[in-house]
Design a protein. Sequence first.
Length: 364
Amino acid sequence: MLLTLRQNRTPRLSALLFTLLMSTASAFEPLVLQASQVRALGIETVPVDEAAGQRPSLYPARVGVPSEQIRVIAAPVAGRLEMLAVAPGATVRRGQVLARLASPQALELQRDAMQAASQSALLRQNLKRDEQLFAEGLIAESRLQATRAAANQAAAQASERQQGLALAGIVPGKLGASLALTAPIDGVVLDQDGQLGQRVEAATPIYRIAKLKPLWLEIQVPLTVAATLKEGMAIKLADHDIGGQLIAIGRAVDPASQTILLRAEVAKGAEALSAGQVLEVEIVSPAGKQQQRLPAAALVRHQGKTYVFVQAADGDKEAHFAARPVHVVSEGGDSVLVDGLLAGERIAIRGVSGLKAMLTGGSE
């Protein structure tokens, strides 16, 4: 009995498709179907918002700190860490003492600077004396030139020693083997590399501090998605009321994942994020250009173009379907991201092959 019913149904569907094809005046004119035809073809429509659960496209992102906002606190000279005043996560102010370094080398630098300053002062006095003697005609000009050259050289050496002290963070004129390391900016301690009592060489990192506003988001997106983006587009963090905007779109493609690295800046709400945090990001479509996620089965491809059947009108006795061109932004699995549709429009997600046959007359 069941076999007989299936055998009888097949000719009816074939006849129905033939009738529909013959009744279509133009490939791009709206298709008008009777309610019975819609049922026979198994056409099902849903609002665009519900077509694929309307999940926003989320991409993995990592929170980073702009490099110009990071400072590394390093040992200016060799020595031993005798005090560490802060720990990672602490908020610090500019000029705050972060650590103290016991360093015989620092003491030597101070002595050299003081000796250079004393020598420079002595030669300045000699220069004044010889300038007076030369004015009175008591010494030759060659002697004055030699005294001036020696004074200038001593002044240069003293200035060099003072600059060395400044670079090392040493206060001039105060002899001592303990050197204070201070914060150069207001910020937060990201890392502590030094340990109490550790002997370190010059340039050994002790702390890394940073200003944490604004922050960067480094986002990985498929190559096909990156091609549709522009700098300045808005982004939103999933599960957070935090947004930002794209500031850079990479040009290099990751060979393994075929993704592009984007960079977004987050200012408002940055205090709720942490450097190194991994999260998901949605890229917001520009106003007037909504992007929608649909089942791949809803698409129709014909002569190099892609269409979706939009239900233009619906009544008790008939339904109207229009083939709407759409642009495919990205494809993945059984869903696609497109633009060209409006939120709330109803599209066909089943029975699409029958509508395509009507649209194209059976041609590809």
